[in-house]
Design a protein. Structure first.
Length: 322
């Protein structure tokens, strides 16, 4: 009987690694140092307000700073890095896609406040899964950092006999089980010691390294390239009118969601609502937006606006988006 099973072989592949640790553990620098051993051209998605650039004198990399952390924004940035042909992508950090501005938790909270609590997680879970799939299908080596919830523990110092307090990282700030999507999970503590917690790369199992760097990355790369060449799949037939995060239609939907959040045209209906929203969009763009670049500028401006605490009327809400 013919079946679809065939002999498994280890093929070359790209790294999927996550570095977990509390604030101050050195996740950003370690990620960049490891990336230096994985490839020459390094891109970094920065959600930490430019903090990664403080290591630009140590590692050469190109940076994209995000100010809004929806899964779609991460997906769009990953696509841009692929198109630019980078060897390695560092995401610092992935935790913001969960708990940052525009992340999954904020999306769920906003959906509940708008009276749609029943479907909040039903809508959020596909968004999260879409991001996970994009991470796993990335064509570059991928190193992400995730913050961990911090806990303080008391320990006895063997040398002095004194009790000391040590800060340790615990559960990563991301959806439960997210860390299991990666090939390599490393914990970094306050002394900058990296411990391999979970790995599919057998030679790394249980390793502990002080200030892991480019040599660690080179060892990983050598192992990944030691398999058989990955099979080349036949080019897929391009779908008709694909919808991507950079298409006008998708950007218009994102703009509409932000207009809802900002209560633009609240209380209006029909043509009045449409006119109020069109006016708000034109004020932002300086014209009627037509291209993807026009709509992207509108979306970014709307996403930068805080959610109004109170609503004093439609005109006040409209002004907040200008």
């Amino acid at each position: 009987m013919t079946t679809g099973f065939k002999r498994a072989t280890r093929t070359t592949k790209k790294l999927r690694a996550a570095l977990l640790g509390p604030a101050g553990a050195g996740k950003t620098r370690t990620a960049l140092e490891i990336a230096r051993g994985l490839g020459e051209r390094i891109a970094l998605i920065d959600t930490e307000h430019g903090s990664a650039s403080m290591y630009a004198h140590l590692v050469a990399f190109d940076c994209l700073e995000l100010t809004h952390y929806s899964p779609d924004r991460y997906i769009e940035a990953i696509g841009q890095a692929e198109e630019a042909g980078y060897d390695v992508l560092v995401i610092d950090s992935l935790s913001h896609a969960w708990s940052g501005k525009g992340g999954i938790l904020e999306f769920v909270d906003r959906t509940k406040r708008n009276g749609n609590s029943f479907n909040a997680w039903g809508d959020a879970t596909p968004m999260h899964n879409k991001l996970v799939e994009r991470l796993l299908s990335c064509k570059m080596h991928l190193v992400v950092t995730m913050r961990t919830k911090m806990e303080f523990v008391q320990e006895r110092d063997q040398a002095s006999g004194k009790t000391i307090v040590r800060k340790v990282g615990m559960q990563p700030v991301q959806r439960d089980g997210m860390e299991y999507e990666f090939d390599l999970i490393c914990d970094i503590d306050q002394s900058h010691t990296l411990t391999v917690g979970k790995t599919r790369i057998d030679l790394l199992d249980g390793e502990m390294i002080e200030r892991a760097g480019a040599d660690f990355g080179r060892r990983i790369r050598a192992w990944l390239e030691g398999g058989s060449p990955a099979p080349v799949s036949a080019p897929a037939v391009a779908p008709v009118a694909p919808l991507t995060p950079t298409s006008v239609r998708d950007l218009q939907r994102r703009a509409a969601a932000e207009l809802d959040r900002l209560k633009i045209g609240a209380g209006m209906t029909g043509d009045d609502l449409k006119a109020a929203r069109n006016a708000a969009v034109r004020r932002i763009a300086g014209k009627a937006p037509r291209t993807a670049d026009d709509w992207r500028a509108v979306v970014e401006a709307l996403e930068a606006e805080p959610t109004p605490a109170t609503l004093d009327g439609a005109d006040g809400a409209q002004d907040s988006a200008a």
